[in-house]
Design a protein. Structure first.
Length: 708
């Protein structure tokens, strides 16, 4: 028998074992009610457990594995592992397939045939990798296999990278690269920042890292102890399907705004980020205030305000009608529990107060009676004596409601966070250095936003910071690891409050500074995050290879990235047509675009985009070509979801998307002296998988550089 025939028989054998297990579990499910007829809880648990097994086996029976490794350890024990998305054991607890996240599976991603080692829970295992094989299985049948030592990684990847955009993520577990695997398998206790170029698989690596940690830490932590923070609702919608495909179902998934709203307990509306970019592109927005609010200087100003609040919150003993109930030391003891937050500390003080009144209420009532005792005993005025009795009786009744008395003492600190923030803004000149910011402009713009309950993204860190002081951590201290994607869009103050809020967590932070199109509010470099937020307890890793675009497209994008000072990204060795730069006049534009779209359709491209600089330009192009016998969608700020096919969209909405073919309209609209313009152009160019066309009307420096 040939090796291919042997492997075909092996696949049938594995599928038969899967089928036998399905039959066994279904039989057990049918017998559960009989065996545990008096234990409904056990019935439910076992039915869920067996049902989950059946679901998983049915899901993967057609494609149970994608790779094989033959590893002989230093003691000559040989393991033949068939690696799949999940690990399945037979009835004797022997592995049929090995989970891609298992320690030994790292050999498939990291090692070549020959001497190698991998890290296991018991230590480093050394040995020899004798075989590394990749399978092509379709509809339950083995089509072919390739021995990885006989072919380059780039060659192996080509079949996966040449497909259409809508199919690209389905095979990622089979094609994780060594540099990606290195990041995925980092220790839970490490903090890591990953700078990844466009198309390097940042989001995919981020999600696989969560899946890896959940699998390997399942004895220590539940899935809900892990969190993914993404940039927007569309990202969360995307990962909601990817994570379950990786057998991860209970990981928490929030946008940064979700974190804020859940934490504050009140809905905050945010000024649309993309509308802001439109304003900036049209020179209608001063970004200095936004940049300042995202900085650590603004954090320092808020901190001064907090210190003043904390200093004034204890203003003498808590008294009622002249009788001291609790002295300052008691109050300080309760308010010193910073992790709880001031409001929760007040609740504890109230709880203590109720217990205190219950035990020592008679003593307090007697002290109040002493104020009137002599007058009462020496008075002959019966009316006045009755008044004294009424007064003391009222006191006796009122002192029981100690919560009202304590809340009255703290009344100036029981405000909602927006009110506290408003108070800060009204008095911001007390806390902000006038050399750092125009406080009058800050006050005017922010108060207008607060009154509308619509704040800027840059206001959110201050709200979290204030809420930490007054509300504590709530349940955010339960998380042990947080993955943050598209992190280049966050400012240092955002990072500061995230690190504070998730105080028991380590972090995996993914981003690309070359795509920081919201630079008016975001970081300038990763080193400042490492130094100022993590006190250097954080690693910086790089993903410099793009798996999205052809070499020709990446080479052109690298020319643009030089205008804002970033190094070259490398594409996987997959070649295509050269980037086409065409001079197109307004008069010829309709025919030109229609002809190119038809050309792309003839080449069987499923996703085609015309990317314009802004929304106005997109709308104009849409009007020109919408009635040309093909369906075309206009993606705007009001409709940002892409459903495939042909579309027209502004540059800033293309971030995170990818298309088989892209036409960038009118290069003339991009100013090489504007960092924002160059980043928008870079983002637009790196959306294309297979073909990129750029139109222009006049020759200029940028056109000439791209043509050369």
């Amino acid at each position: 028998m040939t090796n291919l025939e042997i492997e075909k028989e092996k696949l049938k054998s594995v599928q038969k074992m899967y089928q036998d297990l399905i039959f066994d579990y279904e039989t057990k499910m049918r017998n559960v009610a009989k065996v545990y007829k008096n234990d409904p809880i056990m019935q439910e648990n076992l039915l869920n457990q067996f049902g989950s097994k059946v679901r998983m086996l049915n899901k993967y029976i057609d494609n149970p594995y994608f790779g094989r490794i033959d590893f002989k350890n230093e003691y000559n024990k040989k393991d033949i592992c068939y690696i799949g998305k999940v690990g399945i054991l037979d009835s004797n607890e022997n592995p049929i397939t090995v989970d891609w996240r298992a320690p030994i599976s790292s050999l498939y991603y990291d090692s070549n045939v020959g001497e190698c080692e991998y890290k296991s829970p018991s230590g480093i295992i050394k040995g020899t990798l004798e075989l590394k094989r990749q399978f092509e299985i379709k509809m339950g049948a083995l089509i072919n296999f390739q021995d990885v030592n006989a072919i380059s990684n780039d060659e192996l990847l080509k079949p996966y990278l040449s497909v259409s955009a809508d199919k690209r993520l389905k095979n990622i577990v089979a094609t994780i690269q060594s540099e990606q695997n290195h990041i995925i398998r980092k220790d839970l206790r490490e903090n890591n920042i990953i700078q990844g170029t466009a198309g390097s698989g940042k989001t995919t690596v981020a999600l696989h890292r969560i899946a890896y940690l959940v699998y390997n830490e399942q004895k220590n932590y539940q899935e809900s102890a892990f969190l993914v923070i993404g940039p927007n609702a569309y990202f969360m919608d995307y990962i909601s399907s990817v994570l379950p495909d990786l057998e991860v179902n209970s990981v928490s998934q929030y946008t940064f705004l979700d974190v804020v709203n859940n934490y504050l307990g009140e809905k905050i509306k945010i000024i649309d980020q993309n509308m802001r970019i439109e304003s900036i592109l049209n020179n209608n927005l001063n970004t200095k205030i936004i940049k300042y609010k995202s900085s650590l200087k603004y954090k320092d100003a808020i901190k001064k305000y907090i210190k003043e609040l904390e200093k004034n919150i204890i203003h003498g003993p808590i008294k009622y009608k002249g009788i001291s109930l609790f002295d300052e030391k008691v109050i300080k003891d309760y308010l010193s529990k910073k992790d709880l937050g001031i409001n929760n500390s007040i609740k504890l003080l109230i709880k203590y107060g109720k217990s205190y009144i219950k035990n020592y209420g008679d003593d307090i009532k007697y002290r109040y009676w002493l104020k009137y005792k002599d007058e009462y005993l020496n008075s002959t005025d019966q009316i006045r004596k009755q008044e004294i009795l009424d007064i003391t009786e009222d006191f006796n009744k009122e002192i029981i409601h100690i919560d009202k008395i304590i809340n009255e003492y703290f009344k100036d600190y029981n405000l909602k966070i927006l009110e506290l923030y408003k108070n800060f803004i009204n008095n911001c000149e007390k806390y902000i250095d006038s050399d750092d910011c125009d406080t009058e402009l800050l006050k005017k713009s922010t108060l207008e936003s607060i009154n509308k309950k619509t704040l800027g993204y840059e206001d959110l860190p201050a709200l979290i910071h204030l809420n930490l002081i007054f509300q504590g951590y709530k349940n955010y201290d339960k998380f042990v690891h947080v993955v943050v994607d598209e992190a280049q869009d966050l400012g240092l103050y955002h990072f500061y409050v995230i690190k504070k809020l998730f105080k028991n967590s380590t972090f995996s932070i993914f981003g690309d500074l070359a795509q920081s199109i919201y630079s008016y509010q975001s970081i300038d470099d990763w080193e400042s995050v490492i130094d100022k937020i993590f006190a250097s307890d954080c690693n910086l890793d790089w993903l410099n290879k793009s798996y999205r675009t052809t070499c020709e497209i990446m080479d052109s994008a690298n020319i643009v990235s030089k205008y804002f000072g970033y190094g070259d990204a490398k594409a996987v060795l997959r070649h295509g047509n050269n980037v086409l730069l065409d001079k197109v006049s307004d008069e010829d534009k309709i025919n030109y675009l229609v002809n190119k779209i038809n050309y792309f359709k003839e080449n069987d491209y499923k996703s085609i985009a015309i990317i314009c600089k802004d929304e106005k330009e997109s709308a104009n192009i849409y009007k020109l070509i919408k009635n040309n016998n093909f369906d075309i969608d206009l993606i705007t700020n009001k409709n940002t979801k892409y459903n495939g096919g042909i579309c027209i969209l502004p540059s800033y909405l293309s971030k995170g998307l990818e298309f088989d073919a892209v036409i960038i309209n009118d290069l003339d609209n991009y100013d090489i002296k504007s960092m924002l313009d160059m980043k928008l152009l870079y983002v637009s160019m790196t959306r294309a998988l297979h073909e990129l066309i750029i139109t222009y009307q006049k020759e200029n420096e940028l056109v000439n550089n791209l043509i050369d």
